[in-house]
Design a protein. Structure first.
Length: 173
């Protein structure tokens, strides 16, 4: 059993970051959170290896912060019980495509993992698949930081905190 510490996301112990396929208990305040586990059977988002490592570290960190109250929307064991967040709204109506990226012709897709709170707000975001351009990845994070859902995730009719996945395509026509 590995333990995550209360250190920043990028400084989680290596054993935690690469523990794909193992059940991990997160200790917080002396209590283990069995819900904070990395089990490939409960995660079905297709990611490259580095994205899986990032996702798992992010999940463990956020699950610990939530004292075990975090669900992954791709968990097949929740099918029929979990309704995904819907009705995304962006505060303000500005162009998130960076001017410098447009000028240089930078295009790509940024894949993100986001935490959606029971009130529909987005509390944390991490890039799990890079567009290949930091400025585009940063813009995608900023877009979702300025967003929320009108309907939160619901587990059997009760609003819950979830980890979900989304992407932003940046393309020039």
């Amino acid at each position: 059993m590995a333990r995550a510490t209360k250190t920043p996301f990028k400084k989680l112990p290596r054993s935690t970051r690469i523990a794909v396929g193992m059940t991990l208990a997160i200790l917080s305040g002396g209590r283990a959170h069995a819900a904070c586990e990395i089990d490939p059977a409960h995660f079905s988002e297709p990611l490259i290896e580095s994205g899986i490592v990032t996702r798992n570290s992010f999940f463990l960190q956020q699950c610990e912060r939530a004292h075990g109250a975090l669900l992954d929307v791709t968990d097949p064991s929740l099918t029929g019980h979990l309704q995904r967040p819907s009705g995304i709204t962006v505060k303000g109506h500005r162009d998130y495509y960076p001017t410098a990226a447009k000028r240089t012709g930078a295009q790509g897709r940024s894949d993100l993992a986001i935490i959606v709170e029971p009130d529909g707000s987005i509390s944390a975001i991490v890039v799990v698949g890079s567009s290949g351009y930091k400025m585009l990845d940063d813009a995608a994070v900023e877009l979702y930081r300025d967003s929320s859902f009108t309907l939160p995730a619901m587990l059997d009719g009760v609003p819950v905190r979830v980890l979900m996945y989304t992407h932003t395509n940046f393309g020039l026509t």
